[in-house]
Write a new protein. Structure first.
Length: 223
């Protein structure tokens, strides 16, 4: 069974948009349907696995939208659909961020196979994360951390086997282990987990080590 993907469909043809989204949802994917590029807010870019774009959109066209998405999310999947048949159009699509360029009409099974094959390769590949100051950059998004979260993640990156004991975490948090509860630490770890997942980690990024502390499952590059 294919992985559940978060897909954004931008298509101005109402019937085609509804049909495409309905079929993708039947395959278990989470789908957001938009009729034009202007409906896509910057805040909605993070966490998406694949964008399905029509080339001939009203207002901002698919080429411009693809370029904008690629600048913000360098590792996200972009599938471009168009009725244009000449090869120069396909070259333009690839040059402006498309991973897959398909000519309409596309049989739905072929479209799904292309989306899921691309996403499978992406999800199976080791995730790359980079911490720069308070910004965590991952496969699908760049997420802003608090200074404390950045300090904790830096400590995980430098720790042997990526593991920190409770007393080490309390030091990073600049709190006395006798005054900070394990529940307080658990809440902070949960918030950090959610941000790492938002950046593109698939699975549990920070595991609890019973009676010891926590272990990071994320490879972090410090800069």
């Amino acid at each position: 069974m294919a992985a559940r993907l978060k897909i954004v469909v931008v298509e101005d043809h109402d019937e085609l948009r509804l049909l495409t989204c309905a079929n993708l949802q039947k395959r278990g994917h989470a789908v957001t349907a938009l009729s034009c590029a202007e409906e896509l807010e910057d805040s909605a870019l993070s966490g998406v696995n694949v964008f399905l774009l029509d080339l001939n959109l009203p207002g901002e066209d698919g080429i411009s939208l693809s370029r904008r998405i690629r600048q913000s999310q360098p590792n996200v999947g972009i599938v471009m659909l168009t009725a244009r048949t000449h090869s120069a159009a396909a070259v333009t699509g690839y040059e402006n961020g498309a991973d897959i360029y398909l000519k309409k009409p596309v049989p739905f099974e072929e479209l799904c196979a292309a989306i899921e094959r691309f996403a499978r390769k992406t999800l199976d590949a080791p995730a790359s994360f980079k911490l720069t100051g308070r910004w965590l950059s991952g496969p699908t998004a760049q997420v802003r951390l608090t200074q404390t979260e950045a300090d904790v993640l830096t400590s995980f990156a430098r720790a042997l086997n990526g593991q920190l004991e409770f007393w080490q975490i309390s030091q990073v948090l600049r709190m006395d282990l006798d005054t900070i509860s394990k529940q307080n630490i658990a809440v902070r770890m949960d918030r950090l987990r959610k941000k790492i997942v938002e950046a593109g980690f698939v699975g549990v990024p920070i595991e609890s080590v019973r009676q010891v502390g926590y272990k990071s499952c994320v490879t972090i590059l410090l800069s």
